[in-house]
Design a protein around this ligand. Structure first.
Ligand code: COA
Length: 206
């Protein structure tokens, strides 16, 4: 007999990849065709710094690295435990970044969130809207209880965008990143389902 106190929540349907329309952006599944548009996310030094992405192991050849990138983006549409969406700028129809719900914790009904936009997509409200769209989908359609992230202390723009979308600071992970010889703190943030229900990504008006 199953134990009702410990019954597992239904598995969220991560395999259905939605198209999410906002005023500024459309989110849809990311594919290998998006690699040229997204390449600055892993090649631009400033983006690598802001996301705390250390260099690849020097022993890995460019060909091997490129094959890994191709395999990664080719397989995103088939993932049943995460959501990797491209951010399309509705103004010009170009892909300007990606948003991800990953690290799904089945027992805890939670996911991590991350976002990165190329330079042309930044500072125009696209990141805030993309965050609201995917988090709304995570809470309202996937039934998540908690979505969390970490943001480095040298990235106040990202923190501001997250706060605008409803992320709440939980605490500081001290010296979480070593970047070019300096230790950098990381701030942990999250949104809970009950909070989302109140403000739906607009905490100032909730
Ligand atoms: C972080 C990111 C997703 C934010 O998206 P965005 O579209 O650029 O941000 P938005 O325009 O929606 O909002 C940015 C907010 O931060 C504010 N801001 C910009 N620079 C800032 C700074 N140096 N300090 C404080 N606030 C800042 C803006 O004024 C805006 O707030 P406002 O609407 O109240 O004026 C995007 O800039 C990005 O991908 N950057 C590169 C990669 C990255 O940092 N990823 C996140 C890793 S945690």
């Amino acid at each position: 007999m199953s134990d009702p106190l410990h019954a597992a929540a239904p598995r969220p349907d991560f395999l259905t990849k939605p198209v999410l329309d906002g005023d500024l952006v459309t989110l849809r599944v990311v594919t290998a065709a998006d690699i040229p548009a997204l390449r600055p996310l892993w090649e631009e030094p400033e983006c690598r710094r802001l996301t705390g992405s250390h260099p690849l192991p020097p022993e890995e050849s460019a060909e091997v690295a490129e094959a890994k990138v191709a395999a990664w983006y080719t397989t995103r549409a088939g993932q049943d435990d995460r959501l990797d969406l491209a951010v399309v700028d509705r103004a010009g129809g170009l892909v300007v970044g990606e948003v991800v719900l990953n690290e799904w914790s089945p027992g805890n009904e939670s996911c991590s969130f991350r976002i990165a936009l190329v330079a042309a997509g930044r500072n125009r409200g696209l990141g805030t809207e993309a965050t609201r769209l995917i988090c709304g989908y995570g809470f309202e359609k996937l039934g998540l209880h908690r979505i969390s992230l970490e943001v480095y202390a040298f990235n106040p723009r990202a923190r501001r965008a997250y706060e605008k979308a409803g992320f709440v600071v939980e605490g500081v992970l001290r010296d979480a990143l070593l970047w070019e010889g300096r230790w950098v703190d990381s701030t942990a943030m999250s949104i809970l389902a009950a909070e989302w229900e109140r403000h739906r990504g607009h905490p100032g008006t909730g």
